[in-house]
Design a protein around this ligand. Structure first.
Ligand SMILES: [Zn+2]
Ligand SMILES: [Zn+2]
Length: 365
C-alpha cells in the first residue's frame, strides 16, 4: 500500500556534503519525495527518489555549490480547480490564487488545436514564480482532447504521440508534477487492440520526452462511446503494460467512476470500489483527484460534470469519498462548469470550493 501521508509542498535547504543516514535525517526522518541538486545538472532539474545516487554524486563533485532540497507535506486537504490560461499561463495561477485554491490544473495550450507556440523561458519562469508566490501546493495539466493513443488509424496515432510529447515537454518546462490524459478510444478496433496501442504509444512518448519530474496520469473515463479506461481493470492493464511507474500513474475522476457504474454513495459501496481499484490498478499509482459531481446516473456512461452536491453523487457520497483514507491526502481539482450563480451572484468555482471545504468540515479561508 502506498504511503500517502506526504505531499510535495516546498523545498527545504539541506546542509551540503551529506550522505546516507545523515541525508535521511536531514530530510526529516524519511526519504525526500523529490530532490533537486543545483550544481551538476541543468537548473531546475529535479531528481526522483530513485536517483538519490546521482544527487549524492553531484554533492560529492561540487559540494560547495550543491544544494539538496526535500519536501514534506501537511495532512490538510488540497482543493483547487481547472483554470483558464487566457491572457498568459501565469494568469491561471493568479486566478486560482484569487479564488483561494490550494492547487491548480491548466491546459498548457489550446485544447482543441494540434498546434501551439512554444512556451518562452520568460513565460515558464513567470508561471513557476506565480505558483510559488501563491503557495499552490500542486500544479498539473490536462492534455488536449484531440489526442487518441488508442486510434487504429496510424496517421492519427502517430500525430497523437507527437502531440503528447509536446504537451509533456511543456509540462516539464513549467515544472508541473502531473499531466492528465484520457487513455483513448478504440473506435473501429477492439478494446484489447486499443489497450495495446496505448501501451506502445506511451512507451514511445516516454522514450522521446525523457521526463524528469512530470508524471503522465491516465484518467479513468465515463466509458462514453469506445473510450477506454472506464473499467478499473482496463486502467490496471494499461499501467502494467506500460510498466514505468516512475513516469506513469493515474488520476481518478469521481464523476467518471460513478457514470461508469461504480456506486460509492454508501460506506460499503465506497469500500468495495476502493478495494477493486487497489486490486486492479493499485492505490499507490494514484496521484490526483478530479472532484466532480455527476449530472447523469450511476452506470449511465455519460460524462457530464455537475456542481458539488447538485448531482447524482450528492453531498453524502462526495463526503464519504473525500474522507476516505487513501484519498484525502491527494490534490483535488474541480472541473465543474464556470460562471456566476444567478441566485447568489457568486462565482461557481468559489461556491464549489467552499462546498468541498464544508463537506470536510473546514471553514472557508
Ligand atoms: Zn476529469
Ligand atoms: Zn469528464
Amino acid at each position: 500500500m502506498a504511503k500517502l501521508r506526504y505531499r510535495l509542498t516546498s523545498w527545504k535547504l539541506i546542509p551540503r556534503s551529506l550522505n546516507g543516514s545523515a541525508l535521511r535525517r536531514a530530510a526529516g526522518g524519511f526519504l525526500p519525495i523529490q530532490a533537486r541538486c543545483a550544481s551538476e545538472c541543468e537548473p531546475g532539474l529535479r531528481h526522483s527518489l530513485a536517483r538519490r545516487a546521482c544527487i549524492r554524486s553531484c554533492l560529492r563533485k561540487s559540494p560547495s555549490s550543491a544544494r539538496l532540497t526535500s519536501v514534506e507535506t501537511p495532512l490538510t486537504y488540497c482543493f483547487g480547480a481547472h483554470m483558464s490560461i487566457a491572457g498568459g499561463l501565469h494568469l491561471a495561477a493568479e486566478r486560482a490564487g484569487e479564488l483561494g485554491c490550494d492547487c491548480v490544473q491548466i491546459f498548457t495550450k489550446n485544447n482543441n488545436q494540434w498546434n501551439c507556440k512554444p512556451i518562452t523561458s520568460a513565460e515558464a519562469t513567470q508561471f513557476r514564480e506565480t505558483v510559488a508566490k501563491l503557495k499552490l501546493q500542486s500544479a498539473i495539466a490536462h492534455t488536449s482532447y484531440l489526442i487518441n493513443l488508442a486510434s487504429p488509424d496510424d496517421l492519427l496515432w502517430r500525430k497523437s504521440i507527437d502531440a503528447l510529447v509536446v504537451e509533456w515537454q511543456r509540462a516539464e518546462q513549467l515544472e508541473l508534477s502531473g499531466l492528465v490524459l484520457h487513455p483513448g478510444a478504440h473506435m473501429t478496433s477492439t478494446p484489447e487492440e486499443g489497450i495495446a496501442r496505448i501501451i506502445e504509444a506511451v512507451r514511445k512518448a516516454v522514450n522521446v520526452t525523457q521526463p524528469k519530474m512530470c508524471r503522465l496520469l491516465l484518467e479513468n473515463t465515463a466509458g462514453q462511446g469506445s473510450a477506454l479506461g472506464w473499467q478499473f481493470d482496463q486502467l490496471g492493464k494499461l499501467l502494467r503494460g506500460i510498466d514505468l511507474p516512475s513516469h506513469v500513474g493515474t488520476c481518478f475522476d469521481t464523476c467518471h467512476a460513478f457514470a461508469a457504474g461504480y456506486d460509492f454513495r454508501t460506506a460499503s459501496g465506497l469500500k468495495s470500489m476502493l478495494k477493486t481499484f487497489d486490486e486492479q490498478v493499485g492505490l499507490q499509482h494514484l496521484y490526483a483527484i478530479h472532484i466532480n459531481d455527476s449530472k447523469k446516473g450511476c452506470g449511465s456512461r455519460v460524462d457530464r460534470h455537475e456542481h458539488i452536491g447538485h448531482g447524482e453523487i450528492g453531498e453524502q457520497g462526495l463526503t464519504l469519498f473525500l474522507k476516505a483514507k487513501h484519498i484525502k491526502s491527494l490534490p483535488m481539482f474541480l472541473e465543474t462548469e464556470k460562471g456566476i450563480d444567478e441566485a447568489s451572484g457568486q462565482e461557481w468555482d468559489a461556491i464549489n470550493l467552499s462546498a468541498l471545504r464544508k463537506l470536510v468540515g473546514r471553514q472557508e479561508q
